[in-house]
Design a protein around this ligand. Structure first.
Ligand SMILES: *[C@@H]1O[C@H](CO)[C@@H](O)[C@H](O)[C@H]1NC(C)=O
Ligand SMILES: *[C@@H]1O[C@H](CO)[C@@H](O)[C@H](O)[C@H]1NC(C)=O
Ligand SMILES: *[C@@H]1O[C@H](CO)[C@@H](O)[C@H](O)[C@H]1NC(C)=O
Ligand SMILES: *[C@@H]1O[C@H](CO)[C@@H](O)[C@H](O)[C@H]1NC(C)=O
Ligand SMILES: *[C@@H]1O[C@H](CO)[C@@H](O)[C@H](O)[C@H]1NC(C)=O
Ligand SMILES: *[C@@H]1O[C@H](CO)[C@@H](O)[C@H](O)[C@H]1NC(C)=O
Ligand SMILES: *[C@@H]1O[C@H](CO)[C@@H](O)[C@H](O)[C@H]1NC(C)=O
Length: 405
């Protein structure tokens, strides 16, 4: 457990001010209301006629809504998030269309008029920067870039084998199809996705609070040979939302308690007003599988910018659902600083995020911290009260106990 009053981390995120404490106290009762549960199922959808492709459908059914997450490594790794206002909506796939050069209409969520919200994320490129000659401060880009890895040119495992109904998770594991330097001989890039039937918090840092309305993604780079001694990595993410406007990255102060290793931010992307979608993450990545303070590295997100669809590698599932006329936005995540810790320590890097619809989960204070705060806030009040009583009653008491002459 970290000290809740918040030691500063290396990159300067410090203790919360009184205002933050108050707002967290205020938020705490509301966060407890998000108790909704969903019936979650994971299914790998196959094209019996053609070559097998990775298309994972996560369906999360509530009392009067359904969330559909469609993850695929057809093209670059991508996810569609579609929310409907009925428990009976279904995903329909037309494989011959989906695999054609004009996939528009190849993926649909039916009935079409039940769709309340839809968005997509596409993971386009993995960057590697030479951090050796840069100072410890965050520079953009953080060093000389090596040629990026294009995730559309990766080959991926059979996701069926990684499906775990117990944890409602699946893992896409990939490496470049062409790997002339052999950097990925012993390495891979993985996208582990997990859905949840109810709210909770995993045991592994960054311990993001999830609800039944969210799906968690953990991206990990494991065992690949870096091209420099102090390589920093980055990930480019393209997104498509309901409107042409780019969502902004909002930083929200979060609190250090036994759930999170230090006081720091919760970053989130929100698409417009509710009901809307969001992506939420702590600006931290880890350089060891057992993530902790020592292996935590800062994660920096650049502001999303509009980008033209033709500049991005095409994701057939996104095109199949949204059609071809679209305004994408893109942003970069960069992990770590040359000062370390870094990927070079253990050839390991992981970063997690949640995506979902509705109001993003708000961190409530843990019971332990609420107890400490009750004591901390309560003690001075008690002293004041006692002091006040003493002032009021003191002289009288004094007179009462005056020795009788
Ligand atoms: C993936 O595995 C499943 C069963 O384990 C099999 O039916 C399917 O054909 C496999 N797909 C590929 C791409 O090998
Ligand atoms: C969904 O159902 C709940 C109660 O089951 C109700 O309070 C809520 O208004 C419903 N939402 C919609 C959008 O119909
Ligand atoms: C898939 O789309 C093609 C082209 O539009 C169409 O000819 C075919 O009937 C569709 N298949 C199904 C199963 O709907
Ligand atoms: C890095 O810095 C060293 C010493 O400051 C210098 O000799 C070297 O040329 C620099 N390398 C690059 C790639 O800039
Ligand atoms: C891959 O692992 C093997 C066995 O551990 C090792 O001999 C080899 O050097 C590694 N290759 C790379 C490129 O790291
Ligand atoms: C990495 O460091 C070693 C020893 O310090 C040096 O010999 C080597 O040239 C460096 N490699 C790169 C790619 O900078
Ligand atoms: C991400 O970073 C790379 C390398 O610095 C740059 O070429 C690219 O334009 C950036 N993309 C976005 C969306 O900022």
């Amino acid at each position: 457990m970290g000290s809740w009053e918040g030691s500063c981390w290396g990159w300067g995120r410090c203790a919360p001010g009184p205002l933050l404490l108050l707002s967290l106290l205020w938020a705490a009762p509301f966060a407890l209301l998000g108790e909704e549960t969903r019936q979650v199922s994971l299914e790998v959808i196959s094209d019996w006629a053609g070559p097998p492709e990775n298309l994972l459908h996560i369906r999360a059914v509530g009392t009067n809504s359904t969330l559909h997450y469609v993850w695929s490594t057809l093209g670059p790794p991508a996810v569609l998030l579609v929310a409907t206002n009925t428990p009976h909506s279904a995903l329909s796939v037309n494989w011959s269309l989906l695999l054609s050069s004009e996939p528009d209409g190849g993926l649909m969520v039916l009935p079409k008029d039940s769709v309340q919200f839809s968005s997509a994320l596409v993971f386009t490129r993995l960057f590697e920067f030479d951090g050796t000659n840069t100072s410890g401060t965050a520079t953009k880009p953080p060093g000389k870039p090596y040629p990026p890895y294009l995730l559309a040119k990766f080959s991926w495992n059979n996701v069926t084998g990684s499906l775990d109904p117990a944890t409602l998770s699946a893992t896409f594991q990939g490496h470049p199809i062409r790997d002339p330097t052999g950097a990925f001989t012993n390495g891979s890039l993985t996208f582990r996705v997990q859905a949840f039937p109810r709210s909770g918090r995993p045991t592994q840092p960054p311990r993001l609070l999830h609800t039944a309305d969210t799906c968690q993604l953990e991206v990990a780079l494991v065992g690949a040979s870096p091209r420099g001694n102090r390589s920093l990595f980055g990930l480019e993410v393209a997104m498509l939302g309901p409107g042409p406007a780019c969502p902004s990255v909002q930083g929200q102060s979060s609190i250090d308690d036994e759930y999170a290793p230090a006081v720091f931010q919760l970053d989130q992307l929100l698409w417009g007003s509710l009901p809307s979608g969001f992506v939420q993450w702590r600006p931290v990545a880890f350089s060891q599988k057992q993530g902790g303070r020592e292996s935590a590295l800062p994660c920096h997100a650049s502001p999303p910018y509009p980008t033209l669809a033709y500049l991005l590698p095409q994701s057939p599932i996104v095109r199949a659902f949204f059609g071809s006329q679209n305004d994408f936005c893109a942003f970069n995540l960069t992990f770590g600083t040359p000062a370390g810790p870094g990927y070079w320590d253990h050839h390991y890097l992981s970063w997690s995020a949640l995506l979902g619809v509705g109001a993003p989960p708000v961190d409530a204070l843990s019971p332990l911290v609420l107890g400490i705060m009750a004591v901390a806030l309560g003690a001075p009040a008690l002293l004041l009260l006692v002091g006040g009583l003493f002032l009021l009653l003191g002289p009288k008491g004094y007179s009462e106990y005056q020795p009788i002459n």
